[in-house]
Ligand binder design. Structure first.
Ligand SMILES: Cc1cc2ncn([C@H]3O[C@H](COP(=O)(O)O)[C@@H](O)[C@H]3O)c2cc1C
Ligand SMILES: O=C(O)c1cccnc1
Length: 336
């Protein structure tokens, strides 16, 4: 996608989001009702097939052109000791993604998905959001457009993920600012912080909330409390919607990118599936706010699109059943 010319263009897009193709949805629903099984017996697999049919605008959805995009960025607040790992790990993991050694390489491979890694300004972390906005308006728009750029019209599914040491702090701040609740409701261990470090993380989120209170426009909130990779995720979700590309979201940090948008436009995630609920305690709360039901609950808490990539296997199963099953008439099975 060419992207958004300005913050105003992004916010204007949020007001005119397209819906699914209702005729394709209806045709898929009708097909489900004549496949050789009791009505509804494939449970959510049926819903997933109908969901994809609507967004892909075809009665029989497919997953031939599916892509995982992992955005990476660094965070100024990492210097405050909010992560169990140093910021250098972000770039080190990007190298690992490129060399094929990360969890997402194995899981994307297992799910038959192409992996795209998009590092954003790794040498230039965001500013510490306890002192000022994380990004300038330009930086934020560049990041949003880097996200939009992974969306090609005709993609069958876009699987999203992130890498960025310190970004679970940004994610908690975005959620607390966007929805009700205090920092304690949204801050969790991330890579595994506890004790004094967890208290520092809480204090950082509280300071960010106090400093940026009142900035409630979606992009402005992303700019002040988010990060390059988080803004890119938001750009990818909105660009995918405009191109009617269905999206599979990953864990807490990935989903936090849409929190500021969902406050203004609750239906912004209608083209999204939640791949899983992660072990980060606030993820379930966030999914509740977004009105998304996760496909899996495997106790994963990694990020990198790893949970979403596993869930892509479920989506593939839904598509296979919908496409390959015989109808009652074709198979000569009595339909009751
Ligand atoms: C080796 C390694 C690989 C990762 N892959 C994803 N994350 C995850 O951990 C980070 C968020 O946690 P926090 O806010 O505590 O830093 C993000 O990069 C997220 O993607 C990783 C973290 C590490 C250390
Ligand atoms: O929910 C996630 O995706 C997550 C949780 C902890 C650390 N990194 C990612």
């Amino acid at each position: 996608m060419t992207g958004f010319k300005s913050a105003a263009a992004f916010e204007a897009a949020l007001r005119i989001l397209p819906g699914p193709d209702e005729a394709a949805r209806a045709a898929a629903l009708a097909r489900q009702s004549v496949l050789t099984k009791p009505a509804g017996s494939l449970g959510r697999l049926e819903e997933i097939a109908v969901f994809l049919a609507g967004w892909q605008a075809r009665e029989r959805p497919r997953l031939d052109r599916s892509r995982v995009a992992v955005f990476a960025g660094n965070h100024g607040v990492a210097a405050r000791g909010v992560s169990a790992f140093p910021p250098a790990v972000t770039a080190q993991m990007v190298r690992n993604f490129r060399e094929g050694g990360a969890a997402i390489n194995a899981l994307a491979g297992a799910a038959g998905l192409e992996l795209m890694v998009v590092p954003l300004e790794l040498g230039r972390p965001t500013a510490d959001f306890t002192i000022g906005p994380a990004m300038s308006e330009d930086e934020c728009l560049v990041a949003v457009n880097a996200g939009a750029a992974v969306v090609e019209p005709g993609l069958d599914l876009l699987v999203l993920g992130e890498m960025g040491i310190g970004n679970s702090t940004s994610a908690a701040a975005l959620c607390a600012a966007s929805f009700s609740g205090s920092a304690t409701d949204w801050v969790g261990p991330g890579t595994g912080v506890h004790g004094i470090q967890l208290s520092a993380k809480l204090a950082v989120v509280e300071a960010g909330l106090a400093l940026h209170a009142g900035a409630d426009a979606p992009l402005e909130r992303l700019r002040r409390l988010g990060g390059h990779e988080i803004a890119a995720l938001a750009g990818a979700v909105v660009a995918a919607r405009m191109a009617r590309v269905p999206v599979l979201l990953d864990g807490f940090i990935c989903c936090s990118a849409v929190a500021p948008l969902a406050v203004t436009v609750p239906g912004v995630v209608e083209h999204c599936l939640a791949g899983h609920v992660s072990a980060e305690p606030a993820h379930q709360r966030l999914l509740d706010q977004l009105g998304l039901e996760p496909l899996l609950a495997l106790g994963m808490r990694l990020g990198e699109a790893s949970g979403a990539a596993v869930a892509a296997g479920i989506v593939r199963a839904a598509v296979a059943a919908h496409d390959q099953m015989a109808t009652f008439a074709e198979a000569g099975v009595s339909d009751g």
